[in-house]
Design a binder for this molecule. Structure first.
Ligand code: ATP
Ligand code: ZN
Length: 286
């Protein structure tokens, strides 16, 4: 029988869409029906299992799936030993301490002897003990932000991405104690054949992730300005330069980091570049 790799992905929630979009952008298609918990790709040896995110580390550990996409927070909270094979850099969030308005927060020490509600008792107790703070943990599985109002906790430690939910519940973010984003995890004892498939998958993921960080740019430039271009573009080895019909001008093509793009754009314009075209890159290798 053909070797296939099994991947566990969150069925529906904050990780689902981005996880599936990442896999699709690797040229791996599949049909997903929300009533069915499994799917298979006809174009790549990958089988999907759609489950709750909390269960992903255990499923991978048990070999129900070979790999999974999960928030680092869920992995750390589970305390299950898995290989983190890629940091996927989406679904970023932070675990923060939040306190009611008027609470004088001066650092974790302010929580000494207090009741802290959280859904992440393992992560929180590790951080508290590292900082030598003793507090009583109130473990709840959801709606952590109402625990102060209903009187069962003095402060909370919960995942935040914007902070709006906290504010709506009369809480203030006091300190970020831990950061998380999605990771791809793999079982530590995967057979060689499956590792090969994982290697192919990771190669595609890397190409997609690298491409997302870059822009392809194309522009015309007076030929005498060419020597100044490489100092603007920076790290690029050598841009491709093509002659134009008007021999005093050239066309230049190169790739720049997305985060440096606007700086480069402004400098190129100042140098006299014209007809600047900017394109997204679908896939690339270094
Ligand atoms: P499930 O039904 O699968 O158990 P869930 O309600 O536990 O879903 P989601 O709210 O979908 O989980 O969050 C999944 C993951 O998304 C979190 O574990 C975390 O890694 C990440 N995440 C990103 N931003 C946030 C946020 N603001 N609040 C909570 N989780 C976030
Ligand atoms: Zn969950």
């Amino acid at each position: 029988m053909e070797n296939r790799l099994g991947i566990a992905v969150q069925k529906s929630g904050r990780l689902s869409e981005k996880s599936l979009e990442m896999i699709r952008s690797c040229g791996i298609d599949f049909y997903q029906d929300s009533r069915v918990l499994k799917a298979s790709s006809p174009s790549f040896p990958l089988d999907f299992l759609f489950v709750r995110d909390d269960d992903i580390p255990q499923y991978v550990y048990d070999g129900v799936a070979d790999i999974g996409i999960v928030g680092r927070n869920e992995l750390d909270e589970s305390q299950i030993e898995l290989d983190v094979v890629r940091n996927l850099k989406f679904a970023s969030c932070r675990l923060s301490i939040a306190v009611p308005k008027g609470f004088e927060y001066k650092g974790l020490e302010s929580l000494e002897g207090k009741r802290i509600a959280t859904s992440y008792p393992n992560i929180l107790s590790k951080i508290l003990s590292e900082r030598g703070v003793n507090a009583e943990l109130v473990v709840v599985s959801g709606s952590v932000e109402i625990t102060v109002d209903v009187g069962i906790a003095d402060a909370i430690a919960d995942l935040v991405s914007t902070g709006t939910t906290l504010k709506m519940n009369g809480l203030e973010e006091a300190e970020c104690i831990y950061s998380s984003s999605a990771v791809m995890v793999a079982s530590k004892n995967m057979p060689g054949e499956k590792r090969k498939i994982l290697g192919r998958l990771l190669e595609r993921i890397d190409a997609v992730m690298l491409a997302r960080k870059k822009k392809y740019i194309l522009f015309n430039l007076p030929k005498e300005k060419l020597s100044e271009v490489s100092s603007i573009i920076g790290s690029m080895k050598s841009p491709t330069v093509t002659p134009l019909l008007d021999s005093s001008w050239v066309s230049v093509q190169t790739v720049v980091d997305e985060e440096r793009f606007w700086g480069v754009f402004e400098k190129l314009k100042a140098l006299g570049a014209e007809g600047i075209l900017v394109m997204n890159i679908e896939k690339m290798t270094e």
